[in-house]
Write a protein that binds this ligand. Structure first.
Ligand code: ZN
Length: 501
């Protein structure tokens, strides 16, 4: 590597240090910071993030990229040097297109909108949030125009989370998912008695939930030498380098499922972060390929592994030692059915595997209508209800359980929701590929052995960091395009068996 490359690496490393330091402060804000520190912390975060942004979008970085691009043109695209230049260029061009003024206006607007959204949700009054959403939509359109797009305005916003993926492709994938999942959900709706989960709604002391969760994620392969778990109001995972990955979880005595599967989900994200090679650290390659690919890891561990019969064949006897009275007489089969109970509900974050994606389709369609100015914002509460009835057969009684339930729009994150469904699609596609190469994986899971599956994900997904776009990665790993069949086959056969369809 020549001096210019070394120069670029050094600069990117410093920028990463600013961002990672901001990450530590932000993690602290959501876990341990006393409430009175909020203003001071906001200043610290603004300074660090602005400094990182200014350094990254500097003319010097642009010049280095200009000089280095011809030098790596002949290298293999997956090589460290070629990937680093390509991905840094993509990030650089994107961030240069957004003026400092636009970024500052977005920061200000979303800070106020977040507060307004919390008030509006509490009061279940969309009108309180409407003027803020109006501003955020204007800003989102401005951002999309600045970033540019060829076909659909949604493309520009989606590309921030799923590099290279187009709205039309997402629509095609979602249409296949809809065609499979809506009838499946309807068939299940008539069979509710088959999955009784009442025993899960007893009192499960939170300290034991905590201990059991730790035991599970340790055995799955989350490395506590390079990570930790803490409590927060909203579970999340963050990583400062692959050597320091933080999970959070939320515990409540009456909601055993939410804490355990939440912990497994976040550990799935965390193991991805820990699996990124240290020699990619402090560069733009030291992250997941996309949010959807990230979500494929969390959803695979949470659902395909964590809600499988084999998994509970191993874990239920152990869980019974933690909660002997609550689980007295509960068989593996009964437990398996209980954690896979399907029930159309109003709230996305509480949704089961079958209906979860339907919530996403509602949001994706509405966001497109918003960005294409095909719906008046004041009509959103009604539109939301109509679509919820169409997809899930439920009708929100109020805005708190309807259009106001998610934080994303108040944070300016239009274009984000499809990443969740994409994660589900990819979770099954990657898992199928792993099992086709290592057929013993389901038998290993039944014995409480998860090393082969994690090892396959490490080699094929984690070790590549952000070198490839989601479509490139899927092609490389599975030899074909992104496909919905693995997820639909998985969902149909699993739930046909549970519900006797
Ligand atoms: Zn997630």
């Amino acid at each position: 590597m020549n001096a210019q490359f070394e120069e670029l690496i050094a600069r990117l490393g410093e920028i990463a240090d600013f961002n990672n330091a901001a990450g530590v402060l932000s993690w602290d804000q959501q876990t341990y910071m006393p409430p009175g520190a909020i203003r001071a912390r906001a200043q610290q975060l603004t300074t660090l993030r602005r400094t990182a942004h200014e350094r990254f979008t500097s003319d010097e970085i642009g010049q280095l990229l200009d000089d280095l691009e011809p030098q790596v043109a002949e290298l293999e695209p997956g090589s460290y040097e070629a990937s680093l230049i390509r991905v840094t260029r993509r990030d650089y061009d994107r961030q240069r297109k957004l003026s400092a003024d636009l970024v500052a206006r977005l920061t200000r607007t979303t800070a106020l909108a977040r507060e307004a959204w919390e008030r509006a949700r509490k009061a279940s009054d969309f009108a309180l949030f409407l003027p803020h959403l109006d501003e955020i939509l204007d800003l989102s359109v401005e951002i999309a125009e600045a970033l540019g797009y060829e076909d659909r305005i949604y493309d520009a916003l989606l590309d921030r989370f799923e590099p290279g993926l187009k709205t039309a492709r997402i629509e095609a994938l979602f249409a296949e998912m809809k065609a499979g999942l809506v009838p499946l959900g309807q068939a299940i709706a008539g069979q509710q008695g088959r999955a009784d989960d009442t025993f899960l709604h007893q009192d499960f002391p939170v300290d034991r939930q905590w201990d059991f969760g730790l035991e599970v994620i340790t055995r799955l392969g989350f490395d506590f030498e390079h990570g930790r778990q803490d409590r927060s109001a909203h579970p999340f995972t963050t990583s400062f380098t692959p050597a320091d990955v933080r999970l959070t979880t939320r515990l409540s005595p009456g909601n055993f499922k939410s804490a355990l599967f939440g912990s497994i989900h976040e550990a799935g994200h965390g193991m991805y972060n820990q699996g990124i090679p240290m020699d990619l650290a402090r560069t733009p390659l030291a992250r997941g390929a996309s949010l959807g690919v990230h979500e494929s890891q969390s959803r695979m561990w949470e659902n395909i592994v964590g809600r499988s019969r084999g998994f509970w064949t191993f874990w239920l006897p152990r869980l019974r030692e933690y909660f002997p009275s609550q689980l007295e007489g509960v068989t593996v089969d009964a437990f398996y059915r209980a954690v896979n109970r399907v029930e159309p509900s109003l709230i996305r974050v509480e949704a089961d595997e079958v209906t979860y994606n339907l919530h996403i389709f509602v949001r994706f369609e509405i966001e497109n209508l918003m960005l294409e100015r095909k719906v008046r914002l004041s009509d959103l509460p009604e539109l939301w209800k109509t679509k919820m009835e169409e997809y899930l057969g439920v009708w929100p009684a109020d805005d708190a359980d309807g259009v106001l339930q998610d934080v994303h729009w108040s944070s300016g994150m239009l274009g984000y929701f499809p990443t969740y469904s994409l994660g589900n699609i990819l979770s099954a596609q990657f898992y199928d590929q792993a099992v086709s190469e290592i057929p013993d994986i389901p038998a290993q899971i039944e014995k409480g052995e998860f090393g082969s599956l994690l090892g396959w994900m490490r080699t094929n997904i984690h070790a590549r960091g952000a070198k490839y776009t989601p479509a490139e990665l899927v092609e490389l790993v599975t030899g074909g395009p992104i496909r919905t069949e693995p997820f639909l086959d998985y969902a149909r056969s699993k739930y046909a068996e549970i519900y006797g369809l």
